[in-house]
Design a binder for this molecule. Structure first.
Ligand code: AHR
Length: 504
């Protein structure tokens, strides 16, 4: 006998608009880390490699995700990176000790190759500069190399490397996680604020059209959060367009109900950063609004122990290779919902990362590429979550877990795509035992009919996908239906769903 159905309600209206969604909220991240670059996107000996050594099987999977922007080259790695090592003839590039992950970096891929690869997957590049071991000088030279047309030392060097036209990289991160003690060249808030401000000033003198991301805290759990945001923004508020947020979650204690509630921590994190930005805005009597770039987010914990066994100074070892479970995919769905509900302030976000390293796409060296469980909510939200984010008025039964109280069983986001006349509902049912029947009032969407109800469900919270065996993948047999202008959303226990309606 099936378990009792739990009821919830939702009102969706065209006029309850949060904001136009910036497509860059579906961005991702490739760091020189583990097998993200070498063996991930780049493997010249792979049977599918193109003339530049890029794996086309991986390119095709990335294209499926429709990733609009990809952060590069780090991450922690950027804080001791000499970008000059990665340009020019490949045979002349030095091998270096890469200090963040204690591996050997061969520099066979660098700025120009990455720009080529990003073009191949139809993405823009979000470039990070080294504010750990370096600073203003290296950053201004890099932007001159990338964005200045010609006639100067660095721009002509790029041309001599075979890139006649500037890369026109628009979005730049002023360092990475500079508050973290693990960072090479960690800074205090005052040190970072001053350095980031002066670097931003110089970079904008080279190219006034860029936009800049000031480093926020490495996570909401950092002891200096949120004073780091307040103190650094005192310096960078007027030169930066965004502040970064980073957050990873795990289920170390095996408490699924608590784990699924962790997107509520993300919700609080976003709200606190918005409040802190607005406090500095008020303090400075500024007219400018600071936007949020959630440029690292995901589940990360499965690989922590095995990574301790890695031999130092090897080339591209399998680091941070989390094998994602079914329950991880549900939290990823809710993290996406959380950001969409804040799309008036969260304008960019990067699932960290994209290939092999805590990633939706995995590869075998020389072999197959496949989709992890988390690929699916990311894919559907990226492809169908374009348009205007609506604010669903939800009334759902709630539960308490170890770290959270009043956790709604129903977690959702709603997108209205005016161009396509589509209404799309993304929903996680956090109830581990019971289906949710949701009475959804779609009153302003007359003459819309149900196109599909995609469901990701599995009896086993720990089910995973491995090469050649995809145990966790969505089906199209969702049972939601329309009746008398109302949508009845049927969300199976412990599941993630996408319901798509279209004007008939
Ligand atoms: O994405 C993995 C690492 O997580 C990044 O290098 C760093 O920025 C964060 O701590």
């Amino acid at each position: 006998m099936g378990k009792a159905t739990v009821k919830a309600k939702m009102v969706v209206d065209k006029d309850f608009q949060v904001s136009e969604i910036d497509p860059r909220v579906y961005g991702s991240f490739i760091e020189h880390l583990g097998r993200a670059v070498y063996g991930g996107i780049y493997e010249p000996t792979h049977p599918t490699a193109d003339e530049n050594g890029f794996r086309q099987d991986v390119i095709n999977l990335v294209k499926e995700l429709q990733v609009p922007i990809i952060r590069y080259p780090g991450g922690n790695m950027v804080s001791a990176y000499n970008w000059e090592d990665g340009v020019g003839p490949k045979e002349d590039r030095p091998k270096r000790l890469e200090l963040a992950w204690r591996v050997t970096e061969t520099n066979q891929v660098g700025t120009n190759e990455f720009v080529d690869w990003a073009k191949a997957v139809n993405a823009d590049v979000m470039m990070a500069v080294n504010l750990g071991t370096r600073g203003i000088d290296a950053a201004r030279n890099l932007i001159e190399y990338c964005n200045h047309p010609s006639g100067t030392y660095w721009s002509d060097l790029r041309r001599s490397h075979g890139y006649e036209h500037p890369h026109k990289i628009k979005t730049w991160c002023l360092g990475n996680e500079m508050d973290g003690p693990w960072q090479v060249g960690q800074k205090t808030a005052q040190e970072y604020g001053r350095l980031a401000y002066e670097t931003a000033k110089a970079m904008r003198l080279v190219d006034p059209d860029i936009e800049l991301v000031s480093c926020g805290s490495s996570s909401a759990q950092m002891p200096t959060f949120p004073s780091w945001e307040a103190e650094t923004l005192e310096h960078t508020y007027e030169v930066a367009d965004y502040i970064s947020l980073h957050q990873y979650y795990g289920n170390r204690s095996g408490d699924t109900a608590n784990f699924l509630a962790k997107s509520m921590d993300m919700e609080n994190f976003i709200q606190t950063v918005i409040s802190t930005c607005d406090y500095i805005k008020a303090k400075k009597r500024s007219k400018k609004k600071m936007y949020l770039s959630f440029d690292e987010w995901n589940v990360w914990f499965h690989s922590n122990e095995q990574d301790k066994e890695i031999e130092p100074w090897t080339v591209a070892p399998p680091q941070l290779e989390d094998v994602y479970t079914f329950e991880d995919a549900l939290l990823v769905g809710s993290m996406l919902n959380t950001m969409l509900r804040h799309s008036d302030r969260v304008k960019m976000a990067c699932m960290a990362q994209l290939v092999n390293v805590i990633a939706p796409i995995m590869t075998e060296n020389g072999g197959a590429a496949w989709k992890q469980t988390i690929f699916y909510p990311y894919y559907y939200t990226s492809v169908y979550g374009r348009g205007i984010a609506l604010n669903p008025i939800v009334s759902s039964p709630k539960y308490d877990s170890k770290d959270f109280t009043d956790v709604p069983y129903l977690d959702s986001s709603v997108v209205y795509n005016q161009e396509k006349d589509e209404l799309v509902i993304f929903a996680t049912n956090r109830h581990l035992e019971n289906p949710l029947e949701v009475d959804i009032d779609v009153r302003s969407f007359e003459n819309y009919s149900l196109v599909e109800h995609i469901v990701l469900e599995n009896e086993d919270a720990k089910a995973v996908n491995i090469a050649g065996s995809e145990n966790v993948k969505p089906h199209t047999n969702g049972e939601s239906y329309l009746t008398d202008g109302k949508l009845v959303g049927i969300f199976p226990k412990f599941s993630w769903s996408m319901i798509r309606l279209k004007k008939s």
